[in-house]
Design a protein around this ligand. Sequence first.
Ligand code: SAH
Length: 361
Amino acid sequence: MPPLTRHLLDRIAQDGPLRLSDYMADCLLHPRYGYYTTRDPLGAAGDFTTAPEISQMFGELIGLSLAQSWLDQGAPSPFTLAELGPGRGTLMADILRATRGVPGFHAAMTLLLVEVSPTLRRAQKATLKGQDVAWRDRLGDMPDAPLFLVANEFFDALPIRQFVRADDILWQERRVTAQGTTLTLGLTGAAPEPALAHRLGDTKPGDIVETCPAASAIAAQIGDHIARHGGAALIVDYGDWRSQGDTLQALRNHAYADPLADPGQSDLTAHVDFEDIATAAAPACHSLLTPQGVFLERLGITARAQALAARLTDDALSAHVAAHRRLTHPQEMGTLFKTLALYPKGHRPPPGLEPAKHDSA
Ligand code: SAH
């Protein structure tokens, strides 16, 4: 039996059925057997491909949007440039290349990467060779300086809990339990769930709703910091304003798998509930949630794509055209992926995004 399965069965035998969040945390981040701790999951040879791995244009435009926001806030020095879950370091490398020409930006920045995976830290070190970078496991305490932050496909990797609406006011939690040596899902008894009070109005008995306590906590920390010290955060991920239904999914070799089969061997994710992030980040303001395709078009991806295309021929040109389409087309990543900005009161969101109505006054 694989050691992570043994470990999970032992936990269930000892403590009873596991919250999905505990299951997910073990599968992804177990110090010895976790999915992220033991491998580089990205790219054609891995399990999934992300926007920065598809084209350099993604990181370049994000970098310019953040740098413009930094200029709009008076080019503060020093400031922290942070990334959550930087993967192979590709997005940060593209951000740094694109912002080299912004006077003062590099001289004022302190780079902070939040990464739990030793394997991916090594990849980031190699990609960002020559840069002065601090790595951390968690955001933790940050310097009292403006924070400009990016997170692409980070929040979807944070552990979720799932609740099934039982009746007028009560919820049952879905938990991971064991039948013999097979992991399966079970339900707790019905109980009130104060964190879901705002979902009683738009759900009915039998509906599934997810929460992500780690996402709320991180968003609260970012929001608090930006409200006090300035800065801006760009959060890009798949999901919606409000999560509804079971969105837990497992990806292995670019195909869907059973989230409970072969723990630690596939990428587990869930859709991001952006309303929860925006709410937790108050008193920082938030932008309208904007489809990735719209965001990148507003930042000029088509002009950038044309400029890059002028230097390409044959297969490289076809791959470049396909990458542009993949990032922006509604049937590819353009609509499923969304962008949300957090920014301080009295300022505009970074270019490419509009203020949410409540703080546009
Ligand atoms: N942003 C990158 C990688 C996305 S994959 C890209 O777009 O290509 C998710 C990343 O988040 C990986 O780097 C993974 O190791 C990291 N990660 C996942 N859960 C984490 C956690 N709880 N704390 C810190 N990093 C985490």
